[in-house]
Design a protein around this ligand. Structure first.
Ligand code: ATP
Ligand code: MG
Length: 786
């Protein structure tokens, strides 16, 4: 008998208590954000254990992330003296891995099977395609990978996939070959973990029956984001199919979810699983939780009002007893850079008010947006942590691009050489690289220089690569930093490579963001150069530090000229320094008190005292790919609902008039979501509608009236509002590219490029005897030679 007065039940409201103490049977808890779903799930496990209804081994609990699983175990451990580590609590992938480890033989795997991550999987597919001479223009490896992953998510083996075209047949054949290769090598990818464990349950009656008897209670959090295969897997554990119809078993399945927070449709999640669950599992109890314990009512009202604009909803209410709290603050900035500055300023104020850094989060719609924010935090020396993704300069695609740039700057950089010698793949295998490394070692030269010593076909491929790099280096002479990076992205094949990638869009965005990073580094409001804060020791050793006042703030040193000759690092070299420093160990360690940065997707299920939602602009959030059809727009709105409901005490919303995105400045209008929020809950920190653009002038014409040949007042309004990008002052030095000049140390040379203005003006000069130099015009005396 269950003690109704268990201390576990003390801090629950009546509905939550009912959910925690539900009798055996299948149940759905459908409730809005912050209503205690996860808390109910965790407490129910503790309660089942405490009341002796089940032993720890009889529980199966599925969470959406490893972080959530850990948190659940920690909380359970705090509530009860149980060995939580032995319990089956984890993500779908984690649990399937555990299951296959236990039954590797039956699953047809070696006992030591290894897991391929997405990158490894791609290399495996590429290797295979090469072996079978598959035309990778027609069948890009990334597409094949996508095809295979998608089929597995739907529970389909090659023989189950329907072929609608010759291309399909080819892809199915590749899927088949890929499976054989994985099997031979004893590896499984993420999809395989799930599918293989599903099949084992399906095909092996004793195993299935064993687990059906064992797991008396199955609990699933974030059920709205399960895909087809995950749902089918749950069914295997909790019932049987008789006469083609699913019949629930006698174990209890409790699913917890919120249709308004379904945000993974693009990865195969099916909200429809909720309705199917109610029907197929003959759900006897449906519980709604309507009290929100997370947020003050200004925040909650905003979330409720926003989501009420969605038509496809199961319908729930949420209220709070917490009182209005602070208003939701709205800020409009002139640029993404200014937006980041504002966020950092606000955060500093919050810290002074005694709020922990880890209680502050900055959310954004796509990963590429984090760079500007990271730089601003870095400059302000605020420790931060980027969740669910790497810091900008540590991302693989960025590291690849930087490696190309580094090798242009220094042909002997072997690390960079190795990173890109076969990336994108150009048929240079491990053997050839080994041969090259041997030759380089023997001759005591860099890999780049040793290429000529390798013969045969391998030598040919290597020479072609080196020739390509040397041509690139030649071509980039005299180019601006931006042009160099664009050329490298293009000619390295990186962009093309990622175009064929399932997750490539994000990577391409990041690569384009690298162009922006460079652009800001060189030109913007002192932004880029401020970002370069050299450690003192490094500065002392660095030649550029000569003659500098040691008490001066160590900010823009890499571009600071040598006191005698005026020589500076090239913008490229300075930028690479900046990138290396920023990706260093300055990142706050896990557990350290740091502000949190993440995409809205990654924030699901989490909560923070203070939340900043940035980049609320049409085309960004809602995302431009989702603006044209209604279903996707509803998913964007759910995403916004998730974002708003992460906040406990304070919520900040910001948008910017301009933003450097995909390599160009965009003039953005504020997100339509602002119009879907209750005016009474908001506080505009900047005048509402300030700088009201005529959006049509900037390509966002949909739904907004434009007037052709409008009167002058309209014209003024349209064109006076967008902030004028900082004008480059006309060069006062009178130098031009191509001019012959004289330098008192390096002699005569030709100007190949000019950058910056005023005190920051620099020239790239090619001196026949001293090579290419970058010179600060404020120091170097360059006299035109006539
Ligand atoms: P999400 O939809 O975002 O996943 P959720 O429904 O899972 O949210 P929880 O994270 O479980 O909500 O709870 C939100 C917050 O409210 C937590 O801090 C939790 O501890 C607190 N909470 C839940 N129920 C109560 C209660 N009865 N009394 C006090 N605090 C509560
Ligand atoms: Mg939750």
């Amino acid at each position: 008998a269950a003690p109704a007065d268990s201390p576990l039940l003390e801090n629950l409201n009546p509905e939550q208590r009912a959910a925690v103490t539900l009798p055996a049977g299948n149940a759905l808890i459908l409730a809005g954000a912050g209503s205690g779903k996860t808390r109910v799930l965790t407490t129910r496990i503790a309660w089942l254990l405490q009341t002796g209804q089940v032993s720890p081994g009889g529980i199966l609990a599925v969470t959406f992330t490893n972080k959530a699983a850990k948190e659940m175990m920690t909380r359970l451990g705090a509530m009860l003296p149980v060995n939580v580590r032995g319990m089956w609590i984890g993500t779908f992938h984690g649990l399937c891995n555990r299951f296959l480890r236990a039954h590797w033989k039956l699953a047809g795997l070696p006992s030591t099977f290894q897991i391929l991550d997405t990158q490894d999987q791609l290399s495996a597919i590429k290797r295979l395609m090469k072996q079978f001479n598959v035309d990778d223009e027609r069948f890009p490896a990334k597409q094949t990978q996508w095809f295979i992953a998608g089929a597995k998510e739907d529970g389909l083996r090659p023989r189950d996939v329907e072929a609608r075209s010759d291309d399909d047949r080819k892809k199915i054949e590749l899927y088949q070959l890929y499976e054989e290769q994985c099997q031979r090598e004893g590896v499984v990818d993420f999809g395989e973990l799930m599918l293989r464990s599903y099949e084992l349950l399906r095909d092996n009656d004793p195993v299935r029956e064993h687990y059906q008897r064992r797991f008396r209670h199955i609990l699933i959090d974030e059920f709205q984001d399960t895909n087809r295969l995950q749902y089918a897997w749950i069914k295997m554990l909790a019932g049987n199919t008789a006469d083609g119809r699913f019949v629930p078993g006698d174990n209890s399945v409790v699913a917890v979810g919120d249709d308004d927070q379904s945000i993974y449709a693009f990865r195969g999640a099916r909200v429809g699983n909720m309705a199917d669950f109610v029907r197929e599992f003959e759900v006897s109890h449906q519980i709604k939780l309507e009290q929100n314990y997370r947020s003050y009512s200004n925040i909650l009202d905003s979330a409720n009002e926003l989501i009420s604009h969605n038509k496809k909803r199961l319908g729930k209410n949420l209220r709070t007893d917490q009182g209005p709290g602070e208003p939701v603050r709205v800020y409009e900035s002139t640029s993404d850079f200014a937006e980041a500055q504002w966020v950092v300023e606000e955060m500093r104020q919050l810290m002074r008010d005694g709020i922990d850094r880890k209680e502050m989060a900055i959310l954004y719609r796509s990963n590429a947006q984090s760079r500007v924010l990271e730089t601003a935090l870095f400059n302000a020396a605020v420790p931060y942590r980027v969740y669910g993704g790497l810091r900008f300069f540590e991302r693989a695609e960025i590291k690849h691009a930087l490696a190309y740039l580094r090798i242009l700057e220094n042909k002997d950089d072997d690390t960079s050489f190795l990173r890109i010698v076969n990336f994108p793949p150009r048929g240079i295998g491990a053997r050839s690289i080994e041969a090259l490394q041997d030759a380089a070692r023997a001759a005591g030269r860099s890999l780049h220089d040793a290429v000529s010593a390798v013969g045969g076909k391998a030598g040919g491929n290597l020479s072609a690569f080196v020739a390509k790099i040397d041509v690139l280096r030649e071509q980039t002479q005299g180019m601006s930093l931006r042009e160099i990076i664009e050329l490298v992205l293009d000619h390295s094949g990186l962009i093309e490579h990622y175009k064929a990638d399932r997750e490539g869009a994000d990577r391409i965005e990041n690569l384009e963001e690298l162009v922006n990073a460079a652009e800001s580094f060189v030109t913007q409001e002192g932004f880029g150069r401020d970002a370069v804060a050299l450690p003192v020791d490094e500065l002392r050793q660095s030649s550029v530090s000569q003659g500098l006042d040691p008490n001066r703030p160590l900010l823009d040193e890499p571009l600071a000229p040598d006191a005698e000759t005026g020589e500076t690092l090239s913008p490229l070299a300075a930028f690479l320094t900046h990138a290396a420093l920023e990706s260093g160990d300055n990142q706050a360690q896990a557990g350290q008190d740091a502000v949190q940065l993440m995409t809205v997707h990654a924030a699901k299920g989490l909560e923070f005292d203070c939340v900043f939602i940035t980049g609320l602009e049409e085309g960004l959030f809602p995302h431009e790919n989702s603006m044209s059809d209604y279903e996707s727009l509803e998913e964007e709105r759910r995403l916004m609902y998730v974002a708003i409901t992460r906040a406990r005490k304070r919520l900040y919303l910001s948008h910017s008039q301009t933003r450097l995105l995909h390599g160009q400045t965009r003039y953005n209008i504020k997100s339509r979501f602002f119009d879907e929020l209750p005016e009474g809950a908001l506080k505009w920190l900047t005048p509402k509608n300030q700088g009201g653009f005529a959006p049509s002038a900037f390509g966002y014409g949909g739904g907004y009236a434009t007037s052709r040949g409008a009167g002058s007042s309209y014209g003024r309004e349209t064109f006076a509002s967008p902030p004028v990008p900082p004008q480059k002052a006309a060069p006062s030095h009178g130098l031009r590219s191509g001019m012959q000049v004289f330098h008192n140390k390096f002699g005569e040379g030709t100007i190949t490029a000019l950058e910056g203005s005023g005190d920051d003006a620099r020239a790239q000069v090619n001196f026949p005897r001293h090579g290419v130099k970058w010179l600060a015009l404020s120091v170097a005396k360059l006299t035109p030679v006539t």
